[in-house]
Design a protein around this ligand. Structure first.
Ligand code: PMP
Length: 401
């Protein structure tokens, strides 16, 4: 039976990591994967996470029974509050609630399944470029048509607002639009607050259903409130929407698969029915979620001292990324690398869209052992004070060759 199966396309970012691991070159650099690294280039378990894990391990009242289908309520309530803010009108009016999900991806999948099955949506819009998994998640959830809106202007290396608004204006009735709440992946380029208002105007005018994909709250700027601005703005404007939160980056809990689907509705009376259908969706996919990540996040968010410590960890991560942006730009400018490198410091979050084309990006991998995506995206977290000059030099050599 299996002989009919054709080989599927490789997933670029995982293939790149494998190639990096197999490479024996001493100066190799991995700028592919989106995971935080310390100044020494090693993975970091946040000290506050270790502390929470020790407390949880010592608590013998905890057991391994199933969580409810929609997850650990203390976690989802804390996550929803962290996102919308404790003064959120939607929360105060019981019009917002959270559902624990399998990290950001699982949260997107639950949202997409709900929109396709319960509300009959068939078309979604994503930015060009976007996190490539959006398409697979939405298609697998039953969406028929994936459309795009312009986002990145190659020439000015910034947001193509006019193109974006025009493409959204051409949306058919009943479309879903996926927006990156902060630290757009892969460009690192976010709309300003004024631009968000114009985007929201078109989303409203076209009656699109917004999904805000929030994978980097706190990680982007170091400030939880600032990074949640777009989400809170959509809530204040009275939109009904989903927001898919990931705790992979801001808690460093990549492999714990911990996320939250925040649902904001207009009328609290629909909440029971919506929750009941979300319950059936989760039940049919994986029955109920795991508890470890949920307990860690709930513990940290509900303990004022641990919460402060966590905010310190977020600042450490965000500041290191910002420092590396400055260093890379400086090094490129010092070498006299042709072109403007201002975008390296104006972009935010984990990724930078360097502006290197596919051929140049492949040249970086093949000739300099600097592993980066074909699109020219690099993860700033892979840069360290020890390798930034080597990477800048590789970019210089690649561009001037
Ligand atoms: N959305 C975006 C835009 C992302 O960048 C990521 C992380 N790469 C995710 C969602 C989901 O990641 P995870 O499932 O690991 O939380």
């Amino acid at each position: 039976v299996f002989s009919v199966v054709k080989e599927g396309a490789p997933i670029e970012v995982f293939a790149l990591t494998k190639a990096y691991q197999d490479d024996s070159y001493e100066k190799k650099v991995n700028l592919g994967v989106g995971a935080y690294r310390t100044e020494k280039g090693t993975p970091w378990v946040l000290p506050v996470v270790r502390q929470a894990e020790k407390m949880l391990a010592a608590d013998e009242t905890l057991n391994k029974e199933y969580l409810p289908v929609l997850g650990f309520e203390k976690f989802s309530a804390a996550a929803t509050t962290m996102l919308l803010g404790s003064d959120s009108q939607a929360l105060l009016e019981n019009r917002a609630f959270g559902v624990q999900a399998l990290s950001g991806t699982g949260s997107l999948r639950v949202a997409a399944e709900f929109l396709a099955r319960q509300l009959g949506y068939t078309t979604y819009f994503v930015s060009v470029p976007t996190w490539e998994n959006h398409n697979l998640v939405f298609k697998n959830a039953g969406f028929v048509e994936g459309r795009t809106y312009r986002y990145w202007n190659e020439t000015k290396r910034g947001l193509d607002l006019e193109g974006m608004l025009d493409d959204l204006r051409s949306a058919p009735d009943k479309s879903v639009v996926i927006l990156h709440a902060c630290a757009h992946n892969p460009t690192g380029c976010d709309p300003t607050q004024e631009q968000w208002k114009l985007i929201a105007d078109v989303v409203e005018e076209k009656k699109m259903f917004p999904i805000l994909d929030c994978a980097y709250q706190g990680f982007a700027s170091g400030d939880l409130d600032k990074d949640a601005w777009s989400v809170r703005y959509f809530a204040t404007r009275g939109f009904e929407f989903f927001c898919c939160q990931s705790f992979a980056k801001n808690f460093g809990l990549y492999n714990e698969r911990i996320g939250n689907l925040t649902c904001v509705v207009k009328n609290a009376s629909v909440v029971t029915n919506v929750k009941s259908q979300l319950t059936l969706i989760v039940r049919g996919m994986y029955s109920n979620p795991p508890s470890h990540g949920a307990r860690i996040v709930a513990h940290v968010l509900s303990d004022p001292q641990l919460f402060e410590e966590w905010k310190g960890c977020i600042k450490t991560m965000a500041s290191r990324v910002i420092e590396m942006r400055k260093s890379l730009r400086e090094a490129l400018e010092k070498l006299g690398t042709p072109g403007s490198w201002e975008h390296i410091t104006s972009q935010i979050g984990m990724f930078s869209y360097t502006g290197l084309n596919e051929q140049q990006s492949l040249h970086m991998v093949n000739n300099f052992h600097v592993y980066m995506l074909r699109s020219g995206r690099i993860s700033m977290c892979g840069l360290t004070p020890g390798n930034v000059d080597y990477v800048a030099n590789a970019i210089y050599e690649t561009i001037t060759n």
